[in-house]
Design a protein around this ligand. Structure first.
Ligand code: CTP
Length: 411
């Protein structure tokens, strides 16, 4: 799956030790389908060679504004006219200060100042995203923070920095985001902002209902579909609350700061967490909630007795979280999306759940063939229509689901 198909990126590299990660970033951008033109400052060549970047990008690298390879002798103009975005990674404190003041004394700073996307002779500003990387004292310095303020005011996107171990041995803010994160952030940047400003609540994964301290009832949900919806919602500009059962997945796009995650174990905990977000605009109930729990959990591990003395458990039903939410939000109706994981009669059961769960949309699928997989096929069922999407990668499907939901939201 390639999310940057047909995108032309100009990657600017300024002088900082994080530049050693730039070849890997180029590789990842290309793997996502982008073509990458590299421009570097002189200082950057101290940390990574132009030869390496030419090899991984497959294109000549530009460093000097006096480069004669561009036929009209104006690389600072020509290099940006056909690109979709300029990405500066790493962006040093010096480069950020220059950019924020509009200084232009080398190729990279000059092409940022002259940036423009040419669409049939109409020149529009070319988006500029920067990824800071520096020592924490440099980042915290009031002068750098002044640059940050000015850059944000100039509508230049700043990705990161992250906090953690630094090359100098100190620990703190200023680490460059990892190449995978930068690539994901760029992919997110290009997605249509269909849910801009919306509050989106998502449950994901299984729940685990303890029988004793070492055993429990659960199911085969991996959380992948719910986490894909969470990523697609953040990409679409939403503020996301992700309530997850026990899964082994990282919070998607956490470094962008638009997603809060709450980890829960049991259905009751998930229910309580969900109801604190009753003011959400959209609720995606993706979690595979365990329908039953034992009536009372044993305090100690239940020991095996004889072969004939098998323990019996009384089960009680868990709360229906989706129904509780859709009923609770009656005064300020949220758009509720339920998922129906079935083994048979998928559409028929899906239609019944649309009504019984009081939802705006049901997304029905075949449970056993999707749990844990990267690919899924779903049917969207609303009061009027059925629409089948896929089979496709769960992230591709998630983006299509967001598109379908956004079409149905009240304006
Ligand atoms: N759901 C829920 N709380 C529950 C059970 C299910 O919120 N206790 C939600 C799921 O997140 C999903 C939808 O209800 O969005 C349908 O879940 P599913 O497991 O398919 O249906 P059930 O209600 O459990 O019905 P059944 O097991 O009979 O198919």
């Amino acid at each position: 799956m390639m999310s940057l198909n047909n995108k032309k990126i100009l990657l600017g590299i300024s002088g900082g030790i994080a530049a050693y990660k730039s070849p890997e970033l180029v590789r990842q951008l290309i793997k996502e389908g982008a073509s990458v033109q590299v421009a570097m400052t002189d200082a950057a060549t101290q940390f990574v060679t132009p030869t390496t970047l030419q090899a991984v990008s497959g294109q000549p690298v530009f460093i000097s504004q006096w480069d004669t390879r561009i036929s009209n002798g104006m690389p600072h103009i020509e290099l940006t006219r056909d690109v979709d975005a300029i990405l500066i990674a790493p962006a040093s404190a010096d480069f950020m200060a220059k950019l924020s003041l509009g200084l232009a004394n080398d190729l990279l700073s000059t092409l940022c100042l002259a940036r423009g996307h040419d669409s049939n002779g109409v020149i529009t500003p070319c988006p500029l995203l920067i990824v800071p990387a520096m020592n924490r004292q440099m980042w915290e310095n009031i002068a750098t923070q002044r640059s940050v303020e000015r850059l944000l005011k100039d509508k230049i996107a700043i990705l990161g920095p992250a906090s953690g171990d630094q090359a100098c041995g100190e620990v703190g803010m200023g680490r460059m985001l990892e190449p995978t994160e930068i690539c994901e952030a760029l992919i997110a940047f290009f997605q249509p902002k269909r849910l801009l400003g919306k509050k989106v609540l998502i449950t994901a994964g299984p729940t685990y209902e303890a029988i004793d301290p070492v055993r429990g009832l659960t199911n085969r949900s991996s959380g992948k579909m719910g986490f894909a919806i969470a990523r697609a919602a953040v990409e679409a500009g939403a503020q996301v609350q992700l309530i997850s059962g026990p899964v082994h997945l990282d919070t998607p796009l956490a470094f962008l700061g638009n997603i809060q995650r709450t980890n829960v174990t049991s259905a009751q905990e998930m229910h309580d967490a969900v109801l604190t977000h009753h003011d959400s605009d959209v609720f995606f109930s993706v979690a595979a909630v365990a329908d039953w729990r034992v009536s009372s959990m044993a305090d100690q591990k239940i020991k095996k007795q004889s072969t004939t003395d098998i323990p019996h458990f009384d089960l009680v039903q868990n709360p229906d979280i989706l129904l509780a939410f859709s009923s609770a939000s009656k005064n300020k109706p949220s758009f509720c999306v339920g998922f129906a994981a079935e083994t048979e009669n998928t559409i028929e059961y899906g239609k019944k759940k649309l009504i019984s769960k009081n939802t705006s949309l049901i997304i029905a699928n075949h449970g056993p063939s999707t749990f844990g997989e990267d690919i899924n096929e779903v049917t969207l069922i609303d009061a009027n229509n059925e629409l089948t999407l896929g089979p496709a990668d769960k992230l591709v499907l998630a983006r299509e689901i967001i598109r379908e939901v956004s079409k149905r939201l009240p304006t």
